[in-house]
Every structure is written in C-alpha cells, then in structure tokens.
Design a binder for this molecule. Structure first.
Ligand SMILES: [Cu+2]
Length: 126
C-alpha cells in the first residue's frame, strides 16, 4: 500500500467508526419506567454530557428525572428544560430529582446552563 491507499483505509475505518457511533448513540434512548403513583422515572448520569441523552416518556403523566452529576466541571452545574420553565442546580456527586408533567407531546431539548450539553426528552402522545 502506498500513502494514499493507507489514507483511504484510515478514512474508511474512521467513517465506519462514525456510523457505529451514530447508531450506538441512537440506541441510548431510554424509556421511563413507571413507579408507584404513576410517576415516570429515569436515572440520568451527568458527565461531559447526559447518559441517556434521549429520554422517552408519556404525555400527561408526572416525570421524575434523577440527575446524578458525576463530575465537578462547571459546564454541567445547571440543567435547563426551557420548554417546561424548569432550571435546577446540580450539586456534584449528588442526585438531584427534577420533576414536572409534560402536558404536550413532542421532542424537547434540555441543556446545561450554557446551552452546550444537550439531551432530548421525547414525549409520546397518550
Ligand atoms: Cu455547559
């Protein structure tokens, strides 16, 4: 192989990795599980992003998202659900429950206080 063939091979491997990452990312979607009282609960780890970063819930039922912030990076010190008028501080190495009821269906982005880290709340219609 000469230099250009190696470059093509490396580029191809990079592309495959990107595609795998994309589909792996899609599989990060997690559906809320219902707990007592009809609350839909999901545990989310905050560390340079949100895991899971796609959360699926049902419309019209209360949601409790337990954010565990596993870092001290100032970027993630706040969580904002702009569409729901919810903003909370997330103390490092603690779990902070965020509760609200999604009254409308659709896809809603949630972010850190600086709008850098992003996740998506998917509210399915009843
Ligand atoms: Cu940030």
């Amino acid at each position: 192989m000469d230099g250009s063939e190696i470059a093509v091979a490396v580029g191809g491997i990079g592309l495959i990795a990107l595609i795998l990452w994309y589909f792996f990312g899609e599989r990060e979607a997690v559906a809320a599980r219902a707990v007592a009282g009809g609350v839909q609960e999901v545990n989310v780890t905050v560390k340079g992003g949100y895991a899971p970063d796609v959360i699926v819930v049902k419309q019209g039922q209360p949601v409790r998202l337990n954010f565990y912030r596993d870092e001290t990076s100032s970027c993630s010190e706040q969580i904002v659900f702009g569409d729901f008028g919810v903003a909370r501080d997330l103390p490092a190495y603690e779990t902070t429950p965020v509760e609200f009821t999604p009254e409308k269906a659709g896809e809603f982005v949630f972010t850190c206080g600086m709008n850098m880290l992003r996740g998506k709340l998917v509210v399915q219609p009843q």
